[in-house]
Structures are given as C-alpha cells and as structure tokens.
Design a protein around this ligand. Structure first.
Ligand SMILES: [Zn+2]
Length: 497
C-alpha cells in the first residue's frame, strides 16, 4: 500500500485533506502546511494549488457547497473553525480576563462509527496487513483535535493553552446521530448479546473505543447496519452549545470580629433566620463581585471560629474564599484595599491582608488546628470582691492539663467525649472600676472550650478557673486575642506601589 494509493482511495470517498493526513499518521506541525506535508510524503494531490494566498489576492469566488468529509463531517474545515471562533467570541468570552484556556470538545458518536467503518473499508481494499486488526490506521479524531484545532483556536483567540485556564466546553451535534445510535444499539445487542443478569448496556464513547475494533466485531455484521466505507453528508457538524467555566480562584485574608451579636455563617434555626447578617455574608458580598457573577457558589473557610457573642481582635483570624467560575484571577492592591475598606464599613467585621493565594495553599488553614495556641481575654465576675489570694492563684506561667467533657451547649452537634487540653498560661487582673470583676488573659491549646474552662460547668471541666480559686465565677465577655497561624502572609494593601 503506497501513500498515493491510500490518499487516492480516501479522496474517492470524500475524505478531506486533513483526514487523509491523519491516515498518513502525520504529526503535530505537519497539519499546518498541508501542501508541504503531501509533498514531503511524495503524494500528489490536485486541488491544493488554489491555496489561501491566491484566494486572498483574487476576488472571492463563491464556491459551490461541498459535501462534508465522510470521516470528520467538516470538523477540520476552515469554515467550521471560523464558525467556532465567532461563536466563542459571541459568548461571554470577553467577560473573562484569563490569559489561558482549556478546550473540552464533546463529539457525536457517529465520528467513532465512521472511523471503524473506514478501518473495515481499508482492510477490505488493502488487506490485513498492512491494515492492522488491533491498532487503528488513523490518528484518532480526539488526538487530531488536540494537534490541529487546539493550536488554531488558541492562536485566533490570542490565549495560551493551560489545563487551569478558562474552560471552553464545546458540544457538537450531527443530524445523523440519533438514527446511528439506534442502529448501534441493535448492533450492540447482536454483536455482544447481554448475559441473562446483565443490565441494559449504555452505548458510550468508552464502550465504542474498547469493543468496536475489527478484531472484536465482524465486518459482515457491522455492514448490516452501517455503510462501508462511510458516506459524505450534506449537513456539516452543528455547534450545539458553547459554555464557559472560569477557573477557581482563592482569596485569603484575616478578619477581626468586632460585634458580640454576629454569627460566623448564616444562622438558621427551624427555618427561621436568627440573625440578620454573618461574617461569611459580609465578606462574600464585598469581595465576590470583582471575581464572579455567581456569589452563591463561593465557599468560605476559616481557621476555627468564634461563638456568636465572642469578638476576635488582634491580627484577626485567617480565612479563605474559594470562588469557582472566576472571571479574573488577579487582585490589585488598590482593589484589595477598597474591599477591605468596604468590609470595615459594616462596623461588625474588619479584614486585612487580603490577597489571591495559590489553591494548593488553602489546606494551610486547617493544618495544625489542634496543636495551635490561642490567646483569649475573658471578662469574669465573682460574687465578692477580688482578693490578693485569688489574684495570686491566677498567675500561672507553667503549662497544665485539664480534662474537658463536651459542653452541654454543643452536645446536639458534637459527640460526648472527655478531651485533655493544655492551658499554657493564665494571668488575671482586677478590672479598674469594678472590684468584683477580673480580666483574665488565657493561652490555651486550640479546641479548648474557654467559657467552660472559666466556670467549670459543674465539674465537667476539671480543673477549671472556678476550681482553682475555689469559688464560683462567671464569664461575662470573651475576646480572641490572636490566632497563631503564619498564613496568609501579611500584606499592607494601603501602600501605594
Ligand atoms: Zn475530514
């Protein structure tokens, strides 16, 4: 089988030049200059003299509408490519600021049926060998799309190809598809009869790739349902839909919670909203617009959380937003600063260090959560004035361990356990204007229930501050003073640069 013979045969059944090159096993760049590649392979083809350069110089001549290639149904034709590009450009493409794209093209099954049909035809014409039983004689369409269409689309759109870029999902249809899938279902029944207990088999791309080869299916049976070789079609492939999916962008920062009446996430009890707003909502609504139109799909994560009535001060608590289908991946210092300012206006939450972070870093927010130290300041009340003895008992700089049962207030959502926790230090002072009040700075292991550490909860936490001083003591207010996590890095967005 000479190259020339193969090309002449394919030509006579309406196979386009690009598909012919696929059967000559052309590689990547060889599809770019079709004429040169045919010359290199010593194949003469007559209709390539009228190439693009000449066409540009002359008045465009209206060509008669040609039948579409029997193998790719026009997928590799110039007109299809132009159509595809203009459809992409008329989608929301311009809304996305991505520098890179990734293509996901879903093709009708008929292209795979046609590939098998031509495989049979070539075997019949040229024998086996040279046409192999088990490995297909062409560069498969899926691979050819990567070699041919991807570079063209990237070039025309002026974008790089990158698996993490804006995903362009392209769905192709052809009018023969339904009819051919029906035939295929019948062929499947006959060629691979299902076992008695086998469920009905779905015809899929994977199934075609695996089972539909000359070594597994008889030519005569295939020909009962499909033409060998495949025929050209007057109708080209149709672009059924183009949908765009932006990449995921992650935005991190630190928040300070300034209100004692604010929940972490929307607080709903028996279908009733308990509080008007939440940290999550305030942050998301001030940040999301820059990145996406789909606020509802954003995930908010933080390194731990506070109770509704607990403030979080100091440098704040690290958080990160995971924003899917992002329109852009960048965040300038100026825009970040504006976002920080608008969150601050809520007077309930304040944020800082706002920045885009690599997605693989978001696990940092959860790592070492149990080991970290947390710094708290608690305002506590005694029933009697504070004595020097009490103050001395609450100056502890050596770490000590406590045993803490799951507090009753969280038993509805946490299992009952007794956990050991380390208290690193305690330091108490009398509040200036109330001699029955104590301000206690507490450094604990993460995961300690601080309210229970103070009053002991009827001995469920032992020892407790109450048991240490031997008196009942209540907690009036609690602030988180700092969370030891060096992530995300500190940035000052207010600085001009
Ligand atoms: Zn073709």
């Amino acid at each position: 089988m000479k190259n020339q013979e193969l090309v002449d045969y394919l030509s006579s059944f309406g196979v386009c030049r690009i598909c012919q090159l696929r059967y000559l096993k052309a590689r990547g760049s060889e599809y770019r200059d079709v004429k040169k590649t045919f010359q290199k392979l010593e194949v003469t083809v007559d209709d390539l003299d009228n190439d693009d350069d000449d066409e540009l110089k002359q008045e465009p001549v209206k060509k008669p509408r040609l039948a579409n290639c029997s193998l790719c149904l026009g997928l590799f034709s110039d007109s299809f490519q132009q159509d595809l590009i203009s459809r992409i450009l008329s989608s929301d493409f311009a809304k996305y600021e991505n520098q890179s794209i990734v293509l996901a093209i879903s093709m009708p099954l008929t292209l795979q049926i046609r590939q098998l049909s031509m495989w049979f035809a070539l075997q019949r014409k040229f024998g086996s060998p040279p046409i192999d039983q088990n490995s297909s004689p062409d560069v498969p369409i899926k691979e050819a799309v990567k070699l041919i269409l991807h570079p063209i689309i990237c070039k025309q759109l002026g974008k790089e190809y990158d698996a993490n870029g804006l995903m362009i999902n392209i769905e192709l249809k052809h009018m023969v598809e339904k009819d051919e899938v029906d035939k295929l279902t019948k062929l499947q029944q006959e060629a691979f009869p299902p076992h008695r207990n086998q469920k009905r088999i779905e015809i899929s791309r994977g199934l075609l790739e695996k089972q539909y080869q000359p070594s597994r299916i008889k030519l005569e049976l295939f020909e009962k349902y499909f033409t060998i070789p495949p025929t050209t079609e007057a109708e080209p492939l149709q672009l059924e839909s183009i949908t765009l999916t932006g990449p995921i962008v992650c935005v991190a920062g630190r928040y300070r919670k300034l209100s004692r009446e604010l929940s972490h996430t929307p607080w709903v009890l028996n279908g009733q909203r308990q509080m008007e707003d939440s940290i999550e909502e305030i942050i998301i609504r001030n940040i999301s617009q820059h990145f996406t139109e789909e606020q509802g799909n954003i995930t908010f994560m933080s390194s731990g959380r506070e109770d509704v009535d607990v403030r979080c001060l100091g440098n704040g608590r690290p958080f990160v937003l995971e924003i899917p289908n992002a329109l852009r991946l960048s965040l300038s210092k100026q825009v970040a600063y504006e976002m920080e300012q608008s969150v601050d206006k809520s007077n309930k939450v304040s944020i800082r260090d706002l920045q885009v972070v690599p997605r693989d870093q978001i696990t940092y927010i959860k790592t070492g959560e149990e080991q970290k130290k947390k710094h708290y300041r608690a305002l506590c009340a005694l029933k009697e004035p504070v004595t020097l003895e009490i103050l001395e008992k609450l100056q502890i700089s050596e770490p000590f361990d406590i045993q803490q049962k799951t507090p009753i207030r969280v038993l509805h959502r946490r299992p009952l356990h007794t956990r050991p926790r380390t208290i690193y230090s305690l330091r108490a002072r009398v509040q200036r204007d109330n001699l029955k009040s104590l301000v206690i700075d507490i450094v604990t292991q993460a995961g300690t229930y601080v309210k229970e550490l103070v009053h002991g909860e009827f001995g469920r936490t032992n020892p407790s501050i109450s048991s240490i001083i031997g008196k009942p003591i209540d907690i009036l207010a609690l602030d988180v003073e700092s969370i030891e996590l060096d992530w995300p890095p500190q940035v000052n967005n207010a600085v001009e640069n």
